[in-house]
Ligand binder design. Structure first.
Ligand code: ATP
Length: 146
């Protein structure tokens, strides 16, 4: 099924903006970016990445959607606590939560990124993070264009 990542992202962002008083900037560099896949599953990935960015930071978060090398690129940047390099692989494992997150009162199961990763794989995409402790994190999702 054809899915427009721009519309899907706008809808998901609107859901968060309706629920939380947080600043989410959205830089869409195209009117439409069509990929192939399951819209509910892809929305879940976008939801998980935005939800985490909001949970693990207090400031504005930035979302960018672009296209490069026949791929749609969806990026979420936050200016929160960041993720140490040695944890950056493990956060995609099931039930894995970093120490700080574990002691947070906002609970979570540690499944979000594992689910996002499984869905991304099933769509022949890639999901990865770049992060610096104390500065923030950028999660990037790439999907082959339709
Ligand atoms: P849930 O399953 O409810 O989403 P969770 O947020 O703990 O719980 P994941 O989404 O899988 O689970 O994230 C795993 C861990 O990765 C988190 O506990 C947190 O330590 C770390 N993490 C994820 N996103 C970020 C982020 N944007 N900034 C800092 N740490 C993050």
């Amino acid at each position: 099924q054809q899915v427009d990542m721009i519309t899907l992202s706008e809808e998901t962002i609107a859901t968060f903006q309706g629920a939380y008083d947080r600043n989410i900037s959205f830089d869409k560099r195209h009117e439409k970016l069509l990929v192939n896949g399951n819209p509910n599953q892809l929305q879940q990935v976008v939801y998980i990445l935005i939800d985490n960015a909001l949970k693990y930071s207090n400031d504005e978060i930035k979302i960018v959607i672009d296209e490069r090398n026949n791929e749609a690129i969806f990026q979420v940047t936050d200016y929160g606590q960041g993720i140490p390099e040695k944890e950056q692989e493990r956060i995609f494992d099931r039930f894995y939560r970093m120490d700080k997150a574990r002691s947070r009162d906002t609970g979570g199961t540690g499944l979000g990124l594992a689910i996002a990763n499984t869905i991304t794989d099933a769509h022949n995409g890639r999901l990865f993070v770049t992060s610096n402790v104390g500065e923030g994190s950028t999660f990037t999702l790439t999907l082959p264009l339709d």
